[in-house]
Design a protein around this ligand. Structure first.
Ligand SMILES: C[S@@+](CC[C@H](N)C(=O)[O-])C[C@H]1O[C@@H](n2cnc3c(N)ncnc32)[C@H](O)[C@@H]1O
Length: 233
């Protein structure tokens, strides 16, 4: 195979939070693959980078189902992997874009682990959602001897409780679906004053809660919701 594949992190939302390298590369691609969580739905990653994509570029939005059905996911990943292999054999310059940084909770990693060895691949990092949220809330991620854990709230209540006890600074991702548990555990451990929540950071729909007590009980927060806890801040 003679083409080249770039995995490009788009940053967390705003179009001016992508790297210069990502923008320059996107202008030169033959093909851009963009993951969409919903069938026929818009890819957020694509909406972020659209201004940077060259006129000659073919955009391939591909649906990656967010489901617990492993067979359905495998089928979607394999189909894209086969398509990418065909495009590379055709000597194309391809980008696979993904939100934030591509090596963190990203569809790209599911594609990467299914690609054969020996391909020409370059990974272009992106600004993570939590780097942006730390910046927006002026809350340090970790300092001095602090430990920092980055985890998904979907690990379950027990594991979350343990992590909150063990670490002095935490990034809790995918927080929307488990918000009640997250709030309860943070409150139980007396950490309400050390936590912030940000949804849709840098998008038009952004919401910030500097105090988790202020979140209305009936609030339905979006999938892009992250909580930072720093016990020493
Ligand atoms: C599949 S992970 C993607 C992480 C991404 N690769 C990154 O580098 O941040 C999705 C989770 O990232 C977080 N996230 C991504 N973008 C965000 C944003 N703009 N605002 C708040 N949280 C965000 C949320 O916790 C969301 O549930």
């Amino acid at each position: 195979m003679t083409g080249k594949l770039y995995a490009i992190g788009t940053g967390p939302g705003a179009a001016d939070l992508i790297t210069v390298r990502a923008a320059n590369l996107l202008a030169t691609m033959d093909i851009v693959y963009a993951p969409a969580a919903r069938k026929g739905g818009d890819s957020l990653a694509l909406s972020i980078v659209r201004p940077y994509i060259g006129q000659q570029t073919l955009i391939k939005e591909r649906h990656f189902p967010m489901t617990h059905n492993a067979a359905e996911k495998e089928q979607a990943w394999q189909a894209v992997v086969e398509e990418i292999k065909t495009d590379l054999a055709d000597n194309k310059k391809i980008a696979f874009i993904s939100l934030g940084d591509v090596m963190l909770y990203s569809t790209w990693v599911s594609v990467l682990e299914r690609l054969p060895d020996g391909l020409d691949i370059e990974v272009v990092p992106g600004i993570t959602s939590f780097a942006l949220i730390a910046a927006k809330t002026q809350r340090p991620l970790a300092m001095e001897t602090q430990s920092l854990v980055v985890m998904s709230c979907t690990v379950g209540k027990e594991a979350l409780a343990q992590a909150l006890k063990q670490h002095s600074s935490l990034v809790l991702m995918k927080a929307a679906s488990c918000l009640a548990d997250v709030k309860e555990l943070i409150e139980q451990q007396g950490l309400l004053d050390c936590a912030v929540l940000v949804s849709d950071a840098s998008l038009e729909t952004e919401k910030q809660y500097r105090n988790l007590r202020d979140i209305p009980v009936d609030e339905k927060l979006p999938y892009f919701t992250t909580v930072l806890v720093n016990k020493e801040w």
